[in-house]
Write a protein that binds this ligand. Sequence first.
Ligand code: DGT
Ligand code: CA
Ligand code: CA
Length: 577
Amino acid sequence: MTNAEIARKLKEIRTLMEFAGEPFYKFMAYERAAETLENAPPVAQLLASDELTKLPGIGKTIAGRIQEIVDTGTSAYLEELSQKYPPTLFEVLGVSGIGMKTAQALFHQQGIASLADLEAAVEAGSLVGVARLGPKSLENVKRGILAYKGRQRRTPLGRALPLAREIIAYIQGGSPAQSVTYAGSLRRQEPSVGDIDIVCTSHQADRVIAHFVASERAEAVLAEGSTKASIWVAGGLQIDLRVLPEDVYGNLLQHFTGSREHNIQLRELAVRRDLRVSENGILNLATGENATCRTEEEVYAALDLSYIPPEMRLGVGEIEAAANGTLPVPVALSELRGDFHMHTTASDGVDTLEAMIAAAAARGYEYHAISDHSQGRGSFGLTPVRLREQHAEIRALSGRQGIKTLCSSEVDIRPDGSLDFDESVLAELDVVVASVHSATRQSRDEMTARLIRACENPYVNVIGHPTGRSESFHGYEFDFDAVFSAAARTGTALEIDGHPSHLDLLGSLARRAKQLGCTFSLDSDAHAAGQLEHVSYAVGQARRAWIEAADVLNARSLEGVRAFVAAKRRGPPGAQN
Ligand code: DGT
Ligand code: CA
Ligand code: CA
């Protein structure tokens, strides 16, 4: 068990003790002990060296409970409290607008012990008067319930990011804000976020906060303090804002970017050097001196670590790598020289070939591929005849705007793993993306064999959106390791599709593919000129997976891409005999 997990149990005890009416000094002892543990060396180590009770705030009783939690996963005392007070009480206590006293009154007078109970009572109008709840505080409770449920539901990255940018522009436009940026899971490019965290520096926090909560976007103001505020926007998303002075900007941004796991590990490393890391600076516990950092680079440097990009802050080994200088430099958007996956009005895109070429050129790409759907997609798929007509148009336009347009296709992988075009048609293409769109619920064995057969096809260069995941579908069932290994062995790139409704491969799977030696193609899958920028989401997932430019096909020169394609068509040396 980690210190954080044990600390969480202690905090549960603390809350239930307060709920049970235990005296302040008793339950606060648990809170202090939990905080101490969060900043202490691993508990197992402390127990082994008999040093647990030497920590501040950890006496005999609490040390005993910690030992018990380590041994059994829980504590008899916590179990006893949980018998009286169900775990769903934490839902009620998590609703802003309901304090401890109110929760106690609701529980004892009306038997309200869960969010569902609370909602039902609000609906029934039976709360007025209970625990002195007036109409105004009842409104607060209603908003608190909304916010609580919003936190349970996550918002896709592709919806949260544009909203965060809009709010940041609004803050910058109308208040004395200095640096303003988004932090939290959004900055780490998590595929979905629980809420949006914005950090800001200013010497006039009150004015920034007043402007923030006055936003037209704010359906409700959930909290408004002197350095922080939270609003609730339509569609069920909370936005948290923190405002601090410029000199702690690095500390602030680092702290609120998380992840929690990363920060906990960072604090554990710091404690071993007698330092305490927080949003307010780096405190030297020996001298009492607090060092503030204007940049995140300074924060990491103060801990003798190389800079860790936000997308890699997951607590999965990045701190060790940064300490011993082996953290890879993840691929950056600016390193991409092209995009292999985009559609035009010839299939299901909304912009013409000319418009897509112009948009790709405007991004500064060296090349891009037009990959409209193949005939198997029905009415909007291209037949070989229409595909060849498109080639003629592409050849006439390619190079005119300083960008090379490649002939491609997003060819359907049929249920048996064969492709939707004959080899004679495929051989005319510069590069081939192959994707599964039909029979997506095949058995695991069938889908594995299907994808491996596609990788083994000498004309397939990129497997499009490899797992088929979307906001509404968990993706195809197949043996990831078997397919990723086949892709690596055959010289077939795996796509990281940046279309916000796809985001496929996700960072965790892409990391596995990278470990198995795969090459990647980071694409927009744009269906409109304005969607080419979606490639940035693909880059985000690639960075989460520690993927470097050398692993990315479209970070190579056009010659490099042609060599990749030619090598596969030629086959392994000796294969022709
Ligand atoms: P989310 O919102 O669920 O998608 O995930 P995050 O990571 O954005 O979490 P959030 O919004 O609760 O907090 C933002 C960051 O602030 C989090 O990644 C780390 C930091 N943070 C907030 N509260 C705590 C805390 O109690 N302990 C630690 N270590 N860090 C915290
Ligand atoms: Ca967040
Ligand atoms: Ca937050």
